[in-house]
Design a protein around this ligand. Structure first.
Ligand code: ARG
Length: 270
């Protein structure tokens, strides 16, 4: 018998892909000057927002800025815990200006924003998970940033090393199901980090490479519903067996930039 799962209402911050484009390549999913269908990207993104609202979640929006084609990936702008916001410092020069625009939104909404000294890309690599913050490094966010995060929040930070360039952010290889459990793709991690995850989460849901390549680990869970890429079928089946309810949302156009559901979603925890 699967456990009874209880959803918790979330507050999300998102940014419409009005100026979405693939102009530069900073991860293996991106081919410079790929044609993108902005209307399709917008429709797909709207379907995600509708799905969140239909499941009772609050959604706030940041105004998109021309010339910042990756700004739709709101997860990268910050990470928040108990109403405190740790901002971002992007690895790629092309994305650095995004931080200021998000910071403006946070300030106008009553949050102070801590400006990190080291490269770190918000919830892309820094994933609050119950008693810990799980933190990725290897491609973008640095170990120094992990230390800054731990010092800022006073929450134990678990550093995990990513080794596969297709899974360049932690949120492409792992997501939080609820306070106590996660799903992840083990091969995206170094052997030591894999062992850490195995010890911390002996009952985790383990995904296949197919699930991971379909961006199935870039999911958002409210504790019951899991907003998930439709191609990650084996993972969705496993989640259903465990009592979660997969809600498929297709963001194929955004995948041309190496982003998916979680990348488009900043959770505001207050
Ligand atoms: N093109 C963006 C980049 O490479 C995609 C970011 C995806 N965001 C995420 N949270 N994984 O930075």
């Amino acid at each position: 018998m699967p456990e009874t799962r209880v959803p918790r209402r979330r507050r999300f911050l998102v940014c419409e892909p009005r100026h979405f484009a693939v102009q530069y390549a900073i991860n293996p999913w991106m081919q410079p000057d790929t044609r993108v269908d902005v209307d399709l990207a917008q429709e797909q993104w709207q379907s995600l927002i509708r799905a969140y609202r239909a499941h009772g979640h609050a959604v706030d929006t940041v105004e998109p800025v021309p010339g910042l084609p990756d700004m739709v990936f709101a997860a990268n702008c910050a990470v928040s815990v108990d109403g405190r916001v740790f901002g971002s410092l992007f690895h790629a020069a092309e994305r650095r200006p995004e931080s200021t625009h998000y910071e403006t939104w946070f300030k106008a909404s009553g949050f102070d924003v801590y400006r990190p000294e080291s490269v770190c890309e918000g919830e892309g690599d820094l994933v609050p998970a119950g008693r810990y913050v799980l933190a990725g490094t290897g491609f973008r966010t640095t170990r120094e940033a992990h230390r800054e995060v731990q010092e800022f929040f006073g929450v134990p930070v678990i550093s995990l090393t990513l080794v596969d360039p297709y899974f360049y952010h932690l949120d492409t290889a792992l997501f939080v199901l609820d306070e106590n459990n996660i799903a992840y793709y083990p091969e995206a991690f170094s052997p030591g980090s894999r062992e850490v995850l195995r010890r911390l989460y002996p009952d985790a849901v383990l995904a296949t490479r197919e699930d991971a390549m379909a961006f199935g680990l870039n999911s958002v869970s409210d504790g019951l519903h899991v907003f998930i890429a439709p191609g990650a079928t084996a993972l969705a089946d496993q989640l259903a067996l465990r009592g979660y309810v997969p809600v498929p949302v297709d963001l194929s156009e955004l995948l041309k930039a190496g982003g998916g559901i979680k990348c488009c979603t900043q959770e505001i925890r207050s």
